[in-house]
Design a protein around this ligand. Sequence first.
Ligand SMILES: Cc1ncc(COP(=O)(O)O)c(C=O)c1O
Length: 318
Amino acid sequence: MTDISANITFAEQINQILTLPSPLQKLNDDKFLAHGMEVFVKRDDLIHPEISGNKWRKLKYNLLDAQKQGIRQIVTFGGAYSNHIYATAAAGKYFGFETVGIIRGDELNENSSETLRFASKCGMKLHFVTRTEYRNLREQPDSNSIIQSYRNARIIPEGGTTPLSLSGVGEMVDEILQQFGQAPDYILCPVGTAGTISGIIANTNSQTKVIGVCVLKNGQYLLNEIDTLLKSNTMSNDGRVLNPAIVNYEILWNENHGGYAKKTPELIDFVSKFNAVHDFEIEPIYSGKMFFAFYKHFLEIIKPNSKVVLIHTGGLRP
Ligand SMILES: Cc1ncc(COP(=O)(O)O)c(C=O)c1O
């Protein structure tokens, strides 16, 4: 296990452990070429096998900030299959933080899922709570006795989205601009808690339209979440002023295939055919729904002769 107090800086550790910038890969498909579109995939899934995709982007400045303040314990929340729990446990292992996962479901134990087994092996302490307790924690974290017992820890909410996450996601946008040499016309990403899309919106200018594919049913409340996040963080980590006022984005609400983690036969078929013909894989919960929606709607939502970047946010396990 690496220890952040060792001589090597956190930035150096990051460079040693993670693949950054993540590759930008062309998506070869004649149907896009026929409309003069150039489509690329930002392969954030390759950042690290265990801390992949948007999980790293969203965690980075939360961890750096904790480290700066001498905080060595990270407490976070999630369900038994949470990508965020998985990635936070791994990040704790690699970067020398103690981690605590508050897990929804007091009937569970560390062997209840692959995620929990992995998290526990990384050294994450698992704290199982009833669903009612979990809901209370989410709604009123500050007054909760469980949270109060971790007074010296950095508390990161379920899904890993905080105002600091926007800067980490912004670095992904910077990488795209550098790799591409110009701003793309469109960036598409899946939307769960809306942290990723908020970071993209905050770091693009009006020339780029951001399109989110909501993976949950009735996710319209996320519009408020995006608004709040954009207002909460108006400076990027390099001092650039983020732009909450420019709102060139759209969310597709009807591409959730029945709800979070639900799958239609069309989605399953699409993902398996996609994976059979491309040299990388997507999964059906996040990236699969985004790719599905893009293939289904590109003629309506994308202007001909545009340059498009699809964000592969990870979610595949080793
Ligand atoms: C693999 C993956 N992709 C996309 C998302 C959605 O990102 P966000 O929650 O920032 O909207 C998540 C959940 O955080 C995720 O685990």
